[in-house]
Design a protein around this ligand. Structure first.
Ligand code: ADP
Length: 216
């Protein structure tokens, strides 16, 4: 079902969130205080308005409480971010996501009752670093200190072997969620499935196991 999203703050992060939601066919209202940002994004996003969201009256005029999820993507100006979040809370926005610039900002947002605090700069840094440090890992999503999800280029020793033979759950603490083969994605591959050259394996499990498998 199509949901209604509002994205407040159209910096690099907010603009990218809004654009992807639009591409996914969702209803998106994008808001920024800067006339220049609004003008720049108007051709890409269909509903862009200029408003200062620290002003409760401006948010009321946008009927912000009628959106399913509001993303507050103001980072640099912590005061504007916090006041905007407070306004959204006061107006009864059901689901709030907010971007934090750093740990302290994130803690404040959590205390204000934000449902999901995101740290795009920090997370991208972690992803890029793991990517560079471990050659064959194409993408890594950290689930906790111990667990993660990774897209990896299969090491030589797994090529031509079936998942059953590889026994990754026992030997590496990993499960293969999918295999990307050309344009195809084999989701939940069967035990008989063999890994071919050019495949990309999508695995979930222990971070140590992912590193060990990659080192083979
Ligand atoms: P990024 O690091 O993702 O580029 P920024 O924190 O630099 O994010 O950008 C935040 C955006 O939020 C800017 O475009 C800015 O104009 C906008 N913004 C700042 N204060 C307000 C406000 N009170 N109401 C609406 N938008 C705001």
């Amino acid at each position: 079902m199509r949901k209604r999203y509002a994205v407040i703050g159209l910096g690099r992060f907010g603009a990218s969130v809004a654009r992807v939601l639009v591409e996914m066919g969702q209803y998106v209202l994008a808001v920024d205080v800067s006339e220049a940002r609004v003008d720049e994004l108007a051709p890409v996003l269909s509903r862009v308005v200029r408003a200062d969201c620290t002003d409760p009256a401006a948010l009321r005029a946008l009927r912000i409480n009628e959106f399913d999820t509001v993303v507050v993507a103001i980072g640099d100006n912590v005061e504007a971010s916090v006041i905007t979040v407070l306004n959204c809370r006061d107006m009864g926005v059901p689901h709030l996501v907010a971007k934090a610039q750093d740990e302290a900002h994130g803690r404040i947002l959590k205390h204000l009752g934000v449902d999901r605090v995101v740290y795009p700069q920090r997370d991208m840094g972690i992803r890029v670093a793991s990517n560079i440090a471990t050659g064959g890992i194409i993408d890594y999503v950290r689930l906790s200190d111990e667990y993660g999800m990774a897209e990896i280029t299969p090491p030589r020793m797994v090529l031509g072997r079936s998942l059953q033979e590889l026994d990754l759950p026992h030997r590496y603490g990993l499960n293969v969620m999918a295999i990307k083969r050309g344009n195809r994605v084999i989701v939940s591959p069967r035990a008989q499935e063999r890994i071919a050259e050019g495949d990309v394996m999508v695995v979930i499990g222990s971070a140590g196991g992912i590193t060990r498998l990659q080192g083979e």
